[in-house]
Write a protein that binds this ligand. Structure first.
Ligand code: XMP
Length: 517
């Protein structure tokens, strides 16, 4: 969807855990950028028509045998390059410098002293600032043409630059928030050194997407999978703006929705958004197919497949429709690796990416596929969607099925739905909704012994999860106040039959994921 853009940066990914963050920080400087795996074909990077390259960090040592190398097109392009950590070492090694193993690993916050405040990389930055470091190798000798731009107590060459060729290296991580002025350094690189204009704004995204959708669809028709979540609602609104009534939205009630969700969505679509929506009651067929299925990936695949089948059937009823639009986001693409991107390991099949069956009667339109969630929210506001909808917590496509560990049955669904509704009620009552990325109840398959009204009980355990996150890729558990937890627990035990114990999940992502599955 973003072809033909310039004022773009290509971030070459060498496997750092912070690669995603580089992309975010550059986009915060209002410059579009994408992550390109280091071993991707040259065309993938050059098709972006980048104005410069950033080389990410990575776990390897440049002198290790299997270490990923610098793709030749980077230096051949003559464009500005900023190497970060491993990226810096790679650049130095490639250009004739010397990289060596440090006696002492440098890890954590160090104080950077900028030795060349004239360098455009540090323009407007203070002489000294805390920076985040994490490396075992260091540059022993600079390549010809480079000079040192800064040092820390452990790294005499913490920053280097060849101003003529616009090649730079940082031994620390500017993308990490512990590097106090890291965003400023990155924005100096992309705006002043690469010369990118600040074109990545919600308004420009809407204009470009509308133009591209019009061009792609022509006089064709589109069916959009609309769940009422932020992503699909923004997708539908973009398409509505582009092609008006040649868009038909299909809302599938798969029986795995939250309490009151169908009514809430009807109100939103019809009263606020003027969207044309076909409602499909598919509760029975999803539940039938999920009967006896315990494996989480299996559940996801069945739901993903069934979704598509429902759409195909609706499309046949609606007449010839060539396109299917969905609200796939960038993190969905990256986490469902094996979809052609990144070095990331496959974590789970998001229903709208890895879960798609291979036989499909539609061409996909995914206007948000390179966006992060907070960017989607800004686009939603730009399109005039109500604040309350734009700030809705994410809700997974496979719905409550991933919040029931084990088999999905009508009884278990009723339990998790009731518990979830209490959690949401109490979070809103405590005015915490906007402080939290997501919170919900999970029905575990564990039964435990309890006592109620002098009687022994043997019933299910429900777990409560509340997390903060920037984009769902990483998350921290939220320290819910004991009074709020207490109210949630008391109400669930009193109001939801079948549950006699409530626990609170205090793990971050990683090592856990947000959903339990
Ligand atoms: P995990 O559990 O992978 O979740 O840490 C990350 C974020 O993604 C949401 N999620 C999904 N969203 N379709 C979606 O649209 C899915 O299949 C899906 N699975 C997880 C999850 O709720 C969290 O916000």
């Amino acid at each position: 969807m973003i072809a033909g853009r310039s004022d773009t940066i290509a971030v070459i990914d060498f496997g750092s855990q912070y690669s995603q963050l580089i992309v975010r920080r550059v986009r915060e400087a209002r410059v579009y950028c994408e992550l390109i795996p280091h071993d991707a074909p040259e065309e993938e990077a050059l098709n972006l028509r980048p104005s410069g390259f950033i080389l990410s960090g990575g776990p390897a040592s440049v002198y290790a045998k299997e270490a990923p190398s610098l793709p030749p097109y980077v230096l051949k392009s003559g464009l500005p390059v900023l190497g970060i950590c491993y990226g810096m070492q790679l650049l130095a090694d490639e250009l004739g410098g010397r990289v060596a193993r440090a006696e002492k690993r440098e890890y954590g916050v160090s104080e950077l002293h900028v030795s060349d405040l004239e360098s455009p990389l540090f323009a407007g930055a203070p002489f000294s600032q805390p920076v985040w470091t994490s490396h075992g190798d260091f540059i022993e000798q600079l390549p010809a043409g480079f000079k040192s731009l800064g040092y820390t107590a452990n790294s005499p060459l913490a920053a280097m630059g060849d101003e003529d060729r616009k090649l730079y290296g940082l031994q620390f991580h500017p993308e990490v928030s512990h590097t106090r002025h890291g965003g400023h350094i990155l924005s100096n690189f992309v705006q002043h050194i690469c010369g990118c204009k600040e074109t990545w704004t919600p308004q420009s995204f809407v204009e470009q997407s509308v133009r591209q959708i019009k061009k792609l669809v022509g006089s064709g028709r589109v069916i959009c999978a609309l769940s009422g979540g932020v992503d699909s609602t923004v997708t539908a609104s973009l398409l509505h703006e582009a092609i008006g009534n040649r868009l038909t939205n299909v809302f599938v009630d798969h029986g795995l929705l939250r309490k009151g969700e169908v009514e809430r969505n009807r109100d939103l679509f019809e009263r606020h958004l003027d969207l044309s929506v076909v409602y499909v009651d598919a509760r029975e067929r999803f539940l039938d197919r999920l009967q006896g299925v315990v494996d989480p990936e299996q559940k996801r695949l069945i739901i993903g497949e069934e979704f598509i089948r429902v759409f195909e059937e609706e499309a046949v009823k609606l007449g010839p429709i060539q396109y299917l639009a969905q609200g796939t986001l960038y993190p969905d693409l990256i986490e469902s690796a094996g979809t052609g991107r990144g070095g990331a390991a496959r974590i789970k099949a998001h229903h709208n990416v890895g879960g798609l069956p291979s036989r499909m009667a539609f061409t996909l339109i995914e206007p948000l596929r390179y966006l992060f969630k907070d960017e989607v929210r800004q686009v939603g506001l730009e399109l005039g969607l109500p604040e309350e909808m734009v700030h809705r917590h994410p809700f997974p496509g496979p719905g409550l099925a991933v919040r029931i560990v084990g088999e999905v049955t009508p009884e278990r669904l009723a339990m998790v739905r009731a518990a979830d509704s209490i959690v949401m009620d109490e979070i809103r009552r405590a005015m915490l909704y906007r402080d939290i990325w997501q919170c919900f109840a999970v029905l575990t398959p564990i039964k435990s012994v309890g006592v109620m009204g002098d009687q022994r009980t043997y019933e299910y355990v429900v777990a409560i999860r509340a997390v903060t996150s920037e984009d769902g890729m990483t998350a921290d558990w939220f320290p819910l106040a004991p009074e709020v937890l207490g109210r949630i627990s008391t109400r669930i035990i009193n109001e939801v039959p079948g549950i006699n114990r409530v626990v609170y999940d205090v793990t971050s992502k990683p090592p856990s994921t947000i959903e339990w599955e």
